[in-house]
Design a protein around this ligand. Structure first.
Ligand code: B12
Ligand code: SF4
Length: 388
């Protein structure tokens, strides 16, 4: 008890211990929160930019990038063409709200900045092509799904970030406040700051490129010169004016390693992935059993696919990522027989708070059977049991 009291007292500013009148306490609290009089709008912007960066890193994000919020007419046209060609496959939700997805003003009124947050998930474990998968009856489970589900990890940290930013910004951007640059929108967390990961109305990769977190690889993912492409993205749209980061230079040049390596031809042109052909879509997004016409696509993949990333020269430089995504025992190239023998309880305990959980036990086992079917068809083909 005495120890706890000591800790509490040590954490207090001695100034806070002096008893003051209510109005004096209010005046002092306002003075602490308001920008110093005489601060220019550039200084205010720089200070708030630093606040966003510091808090995002403190909440566990690996990197932060900022872009100016503006409509994306070119991206919208490309997205519409992609959807019109049916390249979204079974993900009908991608066709909802297209205009909103391409215009941050339609997500947060008066949006000025888009803050992009990266979460590194690489690990020192093997890559797809390093393992004798078929010889050992193993299959590939994508490295993004070896640890905790990134949606959960990112959402937890985003909520923490929202609380931290609200606590620091609400007093200074309250209704009464008039900044040097004119009236400021009242700060209301839900309207003036909105975060999302994956399913929100934002083209996260387009923003990540604009915010200087990397450039677009031809496999459509964002690549960083020192961190490769094994990082997740989360996005925060805000009406607060922040200093943007400069975009990075594209270093892919004429390299087509990712296009050449894709076993299903899903990268139909540089930067354009047809989800219907992508193993990731087949093994993750399918609801129920994989249809007969698509089962041959899975190859050695029981959940997700990393081939176009594993062949990329830039991933040689990536560093082990956040410990939340470190591989759980048995998930790097699991044996098909082990997956097919799992019962409901074992599945629930191995894949608790993990991305595979969404596919469910029956779905995962159907994926495993599709891998086996492909291998036995290839075996028959090699033995000459089937016409070529
Ligand atoms: C739907 C989706 C998928 C789909 C479709 C993938 C795709 N390439 O669009 C499927 C299920 C296949 C998928 C797979 C994967 N995904 Co995914 N996915 C998404 C999601 C939810 C939406 C993406 C989207 O809007 N696609 C629609 C297309 C049209 O959008 P776009 O590529 O941005 O469109 C631009 C380009 O295509 C270009 N374009 C279009 N046409 C043309 C034509 C020309 C000529 C040119 C030059 C350009 C061009 O312009 C468009 C607008 O800017 C995002 C999260 C998000 N909200 O952004 C995650 C996301 C992209 N996925 C991610 C990951 C990790 C993966 C996988 C690696 C998982 C795995 N290991 O299995 C694979 C990678 C497969 C691949 N090579 O893309 C990460 C990527 C992180 C990063 N570093 O870039 C994201 C950002 C999720 C996250 N929150 O971290 N995914
Ligand atoms: S994830 Fe696999 S199937 Fe999809 S584009 Fe990349 S290599 Fe091709």
């Amino acid at each position: 008890m005495t120890d706890r009291l000591d800790t509490l007292l040590a954490a207090l500013d001695p100034d806070d211990l002096i008893v003051r009148s209510k109005s004096e306490r209010r005046r002092r609290a306002r003075a602490r929160a308001l920008p110093t009089w005489g601060e220019t709008s550039e200084q205010t912007r720089a200070r708030r930019t630093q606040l966003f960066r510091d808090q995002a890193l403190a909440c566990g994000f690996s990197r932060v990038g900022i872009a100016r919020a503006q409509a994306l007419p070119q991206a919208q046209a490309q997205l519409e063409a992609w959807l019109a060609a049916g390249r979204h496959g079974s993900m009908a939700w991608l066709a909802d709200d297209v205009a909103r997805r391409c215009d941050p003003q339609q997500v947060v009124a008066g949006a000025q900045s888009v803050v992009l947050l990266a979460l590194d998930y690489d690990s020192a474990a093997a890559h797809t092509r390093d393992l004798p998968l078929q010889a050992e009856d193993r299959a590939w489970l994508s490295r993004y799904a070896w640890g905790d589900d990134y949606h959960m990890v990112a959402e937890r940290r985003l909520k923490q970030l929202e609380v931290a930013l609200t606590a620091r910004l609400k007093p200074e951007l309250g209704e009464q406040f008039r900044g040097l640059g004119g009236p400021v929108q009242p700060f209301q967390a839900l309207r003036d700051l909105r975060w999302m990961v994956d399913h929100g109305p934002a083209l996260e990769r387009e923003w990540a490129v604009r915010a200087g977190l990397g450039w677009r690889g031809k496999h459509s993912l964002v690549v960083h010169p020192r961190h490769g492409s094994f990082f997740f993205l989360a996005c925060l749209i805000t009406s607060i004016d922040l200093d943007p980061d400069p975009p990075l230079t594209d270093h892919c040049g004429t390299c087509t390693a990712c296009l050449d390596a894709c076993p299903t031809g899903a990268i139909v042109a540089p930067y354009v992935v047809d989800a219907r052909l992508c193993i990731s879509h087949t093994t993750i997004e399918t609801d129920g059993a994989i249809p007969a016409a698509e089962r041959h696509l899975v190859g050695d993949h029981v959940f997700g696919c990393d081939i176009c990333q594993d062949v990329r020269p830039w991933n040689r430089f990536s560093q082990p990522g956040d410990p939340a995504f470190a591989p759980r025992p048995g998930l790097v190239a699991p044996r098909l027989a082990d997956l097919l023998a799992l019962d409901t309880d074992e599945f629930a305990s191995i894949f608790a708070q993990n991305a595979v959980k969404r596919r469910g036990l029956a779905g995962l086992q159907d994926n495993a059977r599709a891998v086996q079917e492909g291998r036995s068809a290839a075996g028959r083909h090699q033995r000459g049991d089937e016409p070529t």
